[in-house]
Ligand binder design. Structure first.
Ligand code: ATP
Ligand code: MG
Length: 276
C-alpha cells in the first residue's frame, strides 16, 4: 500500500476576503499551506496571487476572514506584531532583489543575519559564507549588486531571505526578471532548499518555476479554483517502484529527466484544462 506522510498545516487561511475600495480582490479564499511543502500559486495577471501571498505572510491585513500561523491567530495583529512575525519566522524574495546597492552580496547577506540577531556576529558571518557557497556565489560574493548578473543578485537575495532560517520562504515572481539560464540557477536553489526541508510558497507565471513545486494551486478572480498534486521534482512519482533495475541503471540526470518529463506533462495538461 502506498505510504502517505501526514502533513501539518503551517498557515491556514479561512474565508479570506480582501477588498480595495469597491473591488473584492480575494473572494472568500480557504487555503492551507503545509509544513515542508513547496506550494505554488498560479493564475493570470490580476487574479490576486500577490495579494494572497501578502495576506498569508502578514504583509497586508485581510479585510475579512482568519489567518492562522500554526495555532496562532494572526488576524488583527498589530503592525508591530506582524513586523516581528515576518522578521522572526518568514523569508521573502521578490522579482526585484532590493539588495543594498553599496554593500557587497556577502555584506547584504550578513546584514540580514545581524538584523534578525538570533545569532552572534561570528555565527552570522559563518552562516553567510555557507549560504553563499550553497547558492554557488563564491565568485560574486565580494562584488556590489551592480557588478553581478541578475541570477547572482537574485541568489544573494534568496540567501538573505533564508539567513534567519525562516519557517516559510515566500517568493513572488522571483524569476520574473531573469533570463532562462539565470532562472534555472535560481530555481535550482529553491529545489535544494525544499529538499533540505524548507517550506516554500511561490507565486509565479512561469511553468518552469511551477514545476519545482509539489502542490500547485490555481487562482482566478480571487478564488482558488483548482489544485494539482505533483511528485517531488526530480524524484520518482509515487506508486513507481524505485527498485526497478531499469531505473537503477540510469544516470541521475536521465532519471530526473524521465520523471520530470512526466510531471511536466501533468502540469501542462492541467493548465490547458484551466484555459492557461
Ligand atoms: N493596493 C492596491 N490598491 C488597489 N488595487 C489593488 C492593490 N493591489 C492590488 N490591487 C488590484 O487587485 C487585483 C489583484 O492584484 P494582485 O497584485 O494580487 O494580482 P496578481 O495575480 O499578483 O497579478 P500579477 O500576475 O500581474 O502580479 C488587481 O486588479 C490589482 O489591480
Ligand atoms: Mg503579482
Amino acid at each position: 500500500m502506498e505510504h502517505k506522510k501526514v502533513k501539518t498545516p503551517i498557515i491556514s487561511g479561512k474565508n479570506i476576503v480582501k477588498t480595495f475600495g469597491e473591488t473584492k480582490v480575494l473572494n472568500e479564499i480557504n487555503i492551507e499551506i503545509y509544513d515542508g511543502d513547496f506550494t505554488v500559486i498560479m493564475g493570470t495577471s490580476g487574479s490576486g496571487k500577490s495579494t494572497l501571498l501578502y495576506c498569508l505572510s502578514g504583509m497586508e491585513q485581510a479585510t475579512e476572514g482568519t489567518i492562522l500561523y500554526g495555532d496562532r491567530n494572526i488576524t488583527g495583529a498589530s503592525e508591530k506584531e506582524l513586523t516581528k512575525l515576518r522578521a522572526d519566522e518568514f523569508g521573502f524574495v521578490f522579482q526585484k532583489t532590493h539588495l543594498v546597492s553599496n554593500l557587497t552580496l556577502y555584506e547584504n547577506i550578513v546584514m540580514a543575519g545581524l538584523i534578525g540577531s538570533r545569532l552572534g556576529e561570528k555565527e552570522v558571518k559563518e552562516r553567510a559564507k555557507e549560504l553563499a557557497l550553497q547558492m554557488n556565489l563564491q565568485d560574486a560574493v565580494d562584488r556590489l549588486p551592480s557588478q553581478t548578473s541578475g541570477g547572482e543578485a537574485q541568489r544573494a537575495a534568496v540567501a538573505r531571505a533564508v539567513m534567519g532560517s525562516p519557517a516559510v520562504l515566500f517568493a513572488d515572481e522571483p524569476t520574473g526578471a531573469l533570463n532562462k539560464a539565470n532562472t534555472k540557477e535560481v530555481l535550482n536553489m529553491f529545489t535544494d532548499l525544499h529538499e533540505k526541508g524548507q517550506t516554500i510558497l511561490l507565486v509565479t507565471h512561469d511553468k518552469e518555476a511551477a514545476l519545482r513545486g509539489n502542490r500547485i494551486l490555481y487562482i482566478e478572480d480571487g478564488r482558488v479554483i483548482s489544485e494539482l498534486m505533483l511528485s517531488e521534482y526530480g524524484k520518482l512519482p509515487s506508486g513507481t517502484s524505485s527498485c526497478g533495475n531499469d531505473l537503477h541503471e540510469r544516470s541521475d540526470d536521465t532519471k530526473n529527466l524521465y520523471t520530470n518529463d512526466d510531471r511536466e506533462k501533468k502540469l501542462a495538461a492541467w493548465l490547458e484544462g484551466l484555459g492557461w
